[in-house]
Write a protein that binds this ligand. Structure first.
Ligand code: TRP
Length: 532
């Protein structure tokens, strides 16, 4: 199935795949974002809702992606190209709706939006489901561009913390420092360059000796760092208040909004919606158990998110800070907290090292999606693809790093003018635009279409056939017999129509996940207001 002479490289075994995929999933989303959105949404109650989203949407959609990948042995664009049916009523229907909406908008003289929708409609008619894969590769560029800017900040903070310069007595001082750091072109672009360089070096080495090898080293390091930080946090005097906040649910703080935040975050945290898992799945051997691997990856990602909260809140409470400060929790509050405990510089260095390690294994998965596309579908060598696109993403990210803050693109007024023309009044910086477009549009739409494609177009039957290769339990065993420990009992055969894990999964990806995603999506883009 691969193009050319050399067969596709595969992970050395289940462990390699699970650690690499968990490495992709565990990232800034778990350690930077999850604790602060938990802090803003009522602690324990939010954690419970997040767990439900993971189970209901996360597991089914991840299984879709990994199965698509292993079946096609391709990157997302290649995978959808291979499975694209010659005609698809659903795609034509969508294309028609888009075109009609475009015409409608033009009648009301919304020329820009109208033209955009017409173009999208035409593309859908021409390429059908291939667009979903193409969108995934595109998202690889946009996500990595801003992700690596934030990852660069964490790398920079490792250096600054190790030099002992993160000494703040209050959060305001930390904020001033953070601003100076982020707005300094040398630090911001330099650390972003360092991060991209590390990603390119690892992806350059290929699957086994690059991604798998480094995931096997970095993931245990990450786990160890996290455990050490948790022990430090919960042994501080006064830490119990933080543990209580984190683990005891306060349902009064929960709103429809919190549910949507949890759902969106489940996607981002599990690296779903743009084919990162399709790509990693394409390196999985036929004998491996996809279902168990999916469960392990999801479990590891969730465990690390939960542990990250436990590493942070006890320390934050012990030092008398508020938990609901938003995105600044990691860069502003934590350095201040560390400064007040003995050996603060050491703990701060460890912490930012932890963040950088987590970001690195995620960054490589994003670069791998882009690389795999140019290797599979364009016949490039892996080395050329990852170096060239590493550089392209670096440039895009550098623009993005320089775009934040008031002085933004000081020396490039023409760029600022173009930007203001395109997005003026809507977004402040290229950074915000990339973050917004990928997290709120590309990922949810990608996830929606992936589950609709597997559920309704490619079909659960073919998907289950692929999953069955490494896992008979998933497809053939009556669910109740499996749970009851009676799976080999002859009277529980699944020749009759009974619930198997596979049938349950089919129902989830055909109905439950798409509906939940559509509701969340309409809400995030503001077309549906559930908050009341
Ligand atoms: N999951 C990672 C995190 O939690 C980020 C990430 C890596 C990602 N690859 C992705 C997000 C693909 C969406 C899609 O930080």
């Amino acid at each position: 199935m691969s193009n050319g002479a050399s067969p596709r490289e595969h992970w050395s075994g289940s462990l390699g795949f699970i650690l690499a995929a968990a490495g992709s999933a565990v990232g800034l989303g778990n350690i930077w974002k999850f604790p602060y959105i938990t802090g803003e949404n009522g602690g324990g109650a939010f954690v419970l809702i997040y767990l439900v989203c993971i189970a209901v949407i996360g597991i089914p959609v991840m299984l879709c992606e990994i199965t698509l990948g292993r079946y096609t042995q391709r990157n997302p664009a290649g995978a959808f190209k291979m499975l694209n049916p010659p005609t698809s009523t659903l795609a034509h229907f969508l294309g028609m709706i888009m075109t009609l909406c475009g015409v409608f908008l033009m009648c009301f003289q919304y020329w820009g939006w109208g033209a955009l929708l017409l173009v999208i409609g035409a593309l859908i008619f021409r390429y059908r489901w291939m667009l979903v894969g193409a969108m995934g590769v595109l998202a690889g560029f946009t996500i990595l561009a801003f992700y690596s800017v934030v990852a660069g900040w964490t790398l920079g903070y490792v250096v600054i913390a190790a030099a002992g310069s993160l000494r703040f007595t209050d959060v305001a001082a930390a904020a001033t420092h953070f601003e100076t750091f982020v707005l300094s072109p040398y630090w911001a672009v330099g650390s972003h360059a360092a991060f991209m360089l590390l990603c390119v070096l690892i992806v350059y080495k290929g699957i086994r000796s690059g991604i798998e090898r480094w995931s096997k080293i970095l993931m245990p390091v990450l786990f160890l760092l996290l455990v050490v930080l948790i022990i430090r946090g919960i042994t501080l005097p006064g830490a119990v208040a933080g543990v209580r906040f984190y683990l005891s649910p306060d349902f009064s703080k929960i709103s429809a909004e919190s549910v949507l935040v949890a759902l969106g975050h489940a996607f981002f945290s599990l690296s779903l919606g743009m084919g990162a898992m399709i790509t990693y799945g394409s390196y999985v051997g036929r004998e491996q158990n996809l279902f168990l691997s999916t469960l392990s990856v999801v479990a590891l990602d969730t465990l690390v998110a939960l542990m990250a909260g436990l590493a942070m809140f006890p320390a934050v409470f012990a030092m008398g800070f508020a938990p609901d400060v938003g995105p600044g929790l990691v860069f502003l509050v934590l350095p201040t907290v560390f400064n007040q405990i003995p050996l603060g510089a050491f703990w701060a260095t460890l912490f930012f090292l932890l963040l950088s390690v987590a970001a690195l294994t995620s960054g490589i998965s994003l670069l791998e999606v882009v690389t795999a596309y140019f290797v599979d579908d364009r016949g490039w060598s892996r080395r050329k693809a990852c170096v060239v696109f590493g550089l392209v993403i670096f440039l895009l990210g550098a623009l993005c790093a320089l775009s934040v803050g008031p002085s933004g693109w000081r020396n490039m007024p023409w760029l600022q003018r173009t930007f203001d023309f395109a997005f003026g009044g809507v977004k402040n910086s290229l950074f915000d635009v990339l973050d917004h477009v990928s997290s709120n549009w590309l990922l949810p739409l990608g996830g929606l279409f992936i589950s609709i494609f597997v559920g309704w177009v490619w079909g659960p039957r073919r998907a289950v056939e692929e999953i069955r290769r490494g896992s008979h339990n998933f497809a053939d065993v009556h669910l109740w017999s499996l749970l009851a420990g009676l799976k080999d009992d002859p009277s529980h055969s699944s020749d009759v129509h009974v619930i198997t894990l596979a049938s349950l999964w089919g129902i989830f990806i055909r109905f439950i996940s798409p509906i939940a995603i559509v509701i969340a999506f309409l809400h995030t883009v503001g077309w549906l207001d559930l908050t009341g």
